[in-house]
Design a protein around this ligand. Structure first.
Ligand code: APR
Length: 246
């Protein structure tokens, strides 16, 4: 049974037509992976409701107790490893396949489900949970082992390996940020999907796109602070709404 209301039906048609021409940016957050059973951060049963980000998602927390941080990320990696892309991820892959020169996918997600769905060249603002980086020598590499043999994992230089994701208080990867800013500035349609639009600087991209003249589309079952910037609000789950935009 569809959870999409009538009002949304007509807005879907307008958005579908708007995607036929011009530059498109899809900007995703944890909500797009909710239907893949990956918990969001701030939703009803979100991760940060049950766990303290200060104790688990900062460089200071990792320095003071790398084992505790890794026990949590090892659990989270196990959960994500079992997840499959949903129709929301697949719809974005299809949009890209149809118009690769007009489409940019920018994500805050570290779960890798966009790539698993077949999306190419994804702009990743908050890193990748399947990559590890040494806090001593800086060496970085892919590691999909779940559960990990040894917590915390150790680099061959003897240093401690951390998840190559962006923690609170850390800079976003400059090359990814520059690409996201360029795409947002030249977007004709900017679709913000499954994000609470609370975490900066990423959440600021909606404003950048709007101020550059883009029409903003919000796909989210719940209200967000970015709603006031929206031309269209599609209130419902991404896995049901995004395939309807094809
Ligand atoms: N479809 C679309 N949106 C959904 C769905 C769904 N099925 N289910 C939940 N949502 C919405 C929620 O209403 C909420 O607005 O997804 C949003 C998820 O918000 P957050 O949990 O805050 O996730 P996000 O915006 O991606 O967080 C940003 O914060 O913790 C850090 O680095 C982490 O990248 C993350 C950043």
């Amino acid at each position: 049974m569809s959870r999409i209301g009538e009002e949304v039906e007509s807005a879907i048609e307008a958005v579908r037509l708007s995607l036929r021409t011009g530059q498109i940016v899809a900007f995703t957050g944890a909500g797009i992976s909710a239907e893949s059973h990956v918990p969001t951060f701030r939703g009803a049963d979100g991760l940060w409701r049950n766990y303290s980000p200060e104790k688990l998602a900062t460089a200071e927390a990792f320095e003071s107790d790398p084992r505790l941080v890794w026990e949590w990320y090892d659990w989270l990696r196990g959960l994500i490893h079992a997840a499959q892309p949903n129709p929301g991820h697949l719809a974005l892959t299809e949009l890209q396949r149809r118009s690769p020169e007009r489409f940019t996918l920018v994500t805050q997600n570290m779960d890798g489900l966009h790539e698993m769905a077949g999306s190419q060249d994804v702009v990743k603002l908050h890193g990748d949970i399947w990559r590890l980086r040494c806090v001593s020598c800086g060496r970085e590499g892919r590691n999909e082992q779940t559960p990990m043999d040894h917590l915390p994992p150790i680099c061959r230089c003897g240093g401690t390996l951390r998840p190559a994701i962006v923690w609170f208080g850390e800079m976003l990867p400059v090359d990814q940020w520059d690409r996201a800013m360029d795409a947002s500035r030249s977007a004709d349609v900017f679709v913000a999907i499954g994000t609470s639009a609370l975490v900066y600087p990423a959440a600021g991209l909606v404003q950048v796109a709007r101020q550059s003249g883009a029409r903003v589309v919000i796909v989210n079952p719940d209200p967000t602070p970015a709603d006031e910037l929206a031309t269209w609000i599609l209130r419902g789950p991404a896995g049901e709404i995004l395939p309807r935009l094809l």
